[in-house]
Design a protein around this ligand. Structure first.
Ligand code: SAM
Length: 349
């Protein structure tokens, strides 16, 4: 329970729980995201400047993006792996296939629902103990609840909801449509499934550390008729040790996840490593600014929470921009709606 509260602390301290007048007083001065897809709206090009964007154009799939499926790598060596037991990887062929590292020869086996590509994979005597914010999502109960009410609560923190978030992120992803996309920390795959069904990407990798979230994603896919399973793979891995060849991905999406990652900088460094030049990173999270800035000693308090729970608290957009820049990602832009932020940065070409 404690971890539940911690993992959603931002949504627990909602502007919606303040009086209407205090909400009006503290609402961040960014234009709400909801206007962005229908008419010209303002988005933040940096933490200080606004840039006018054009109305959403029709989606055009560009051709000059990589569409190779040879993207998986050994999480120990980062060298490509060879597929054994199947001709192509897809949701259906994970079980019964295995992958072997071309360098260290370690073999990674496909499970019933996903490919197991953690460093500790195959070891019976050792398993990493992750921080509470990560372990929490590994429980079957939370994985089951996630799309059955849990995720819907994010709306209280300003999250517009999956369909709207998907529409918004398509704008950021325009330069890489037609390429491959990693849905990092996909949970039970709400966006991975939308990416796959949209037909806008040559390959979608749904990746999470929680085996139960991946199982749940697999169950949702099984329940859907005519789901395009051939363009989706489910992978279990740690965000800080991504099993992809360097520079092999066109896009990385991470919805509501960076605040759950044990080390956001280690994770974003990995995102940067696996993106090809010109590749796009787009993510969402909460920012504890606005009314939260008035809480005394917020920074040291949030640091203590992070140490205890593994949940990270971002107090300004500048922090997110700084972590992207520190990891070699440029052109930071973002859209805000109360505590919610969708931000994007690119790998320099
Ligand atoms: C709040 S959920 C977000 C799910 C989904 N992307 C969304 O938009 O709703 C956070 C996810 O991060 C995953 N996660 C936490 N720590 C991780 C790690 N070290 N590596 C990979 N995923 C991790 C959790 O398992 C969980 O599924």
């Amino acid at each position: 329970m404690a971890s539940a509260i911690l993992s959603n602390l931002s949504s627990a301290f909602l502007p919606s729980q303040l009086s209407k007048s205090s909400r009006a007083l503290f609402t961040p001065h960014c234009t709400p995201t909801f206007k962005r897809t229908s008419f010209a709206a303002k988005i933040r090009a940096s933490s200080t400047a606004f840039v006018e964007t054009r109305p959403t154009d029709p989606v055009v799939v560009e051709k000059d993006v990589s569409s190779s499926k040879n993207i998986l790598a050994c999480p120990v060596c980062y060298e490509p792996v060879t597929l054994i037991g199947a001709n192509v990887l897809s949701v259906d062929s994970a079980r019964g296939s295995s992958l072997q590292c071309s360098t260290c020869k370690k073999t990674y086996s496909g499970k019933e629902t996903h490919l197991e590509l953690t460093v500790a994979s195959g070891s019976k005597a050792y398993d990493d103990a992750m921080p509470m914010a990560t372990e929490f999502f590994r429980t079957p109960f939370i994985s089951f609840l996630y799309e059955r009410g849990w995720r819907q609560n994010f709306v209280w923190g300003g999250f517009p909801g999956p369909e709207k978030e998907f529409e918004m992120m398509k704008d950021y992803l325009k330069p890489v449509l037609g390429g491959n996309i990693l849905d990092a920390s996909c949970g039970s795959g709400l966006f991975s499934r939308l990416f796959a069904k949209s037909g806008l990407f040559s390959l979608v990798t749904a990746l999470d550390y929680s085996e139960n979230m991946l199982k749940q994603c697999y169950e949702f896919i099984k329940q859907e008729e005519n789901f395009p399973k051939e363009n989706l793979i489910l992978v279990r891995a740690d965000i800080a040790r991504l099993p992809f060849v360097s520079g092999s991905l066109d896009a990385v999406h991470a919805g509501a996840a960076i605040h759950c990652w044990p080390s956001p900088s280690a994770a974003v460094a990995e995102v940067s490593r696996v993106l090809r030049p010109g590749g796009v990173f787009v993510a969402t999270t909460y920012i504890l600014d606005g009314p939260f800035s008035f809480i005394p000693f917020l920074k040291p308090i949030s640091q203590r929470f992070t140490q205890a729970s593994g949940n990270n608290f971002f107090l300004s957009e500048r922090e997110l921009e700084a972590v992207c820049r520190a990891c070699g990602l440029v052109n930071f832009t973002c859209t805000r709606n109360r505590q919610f932020i969708m931000f994007s940065a690119t790998k320099p070409s």
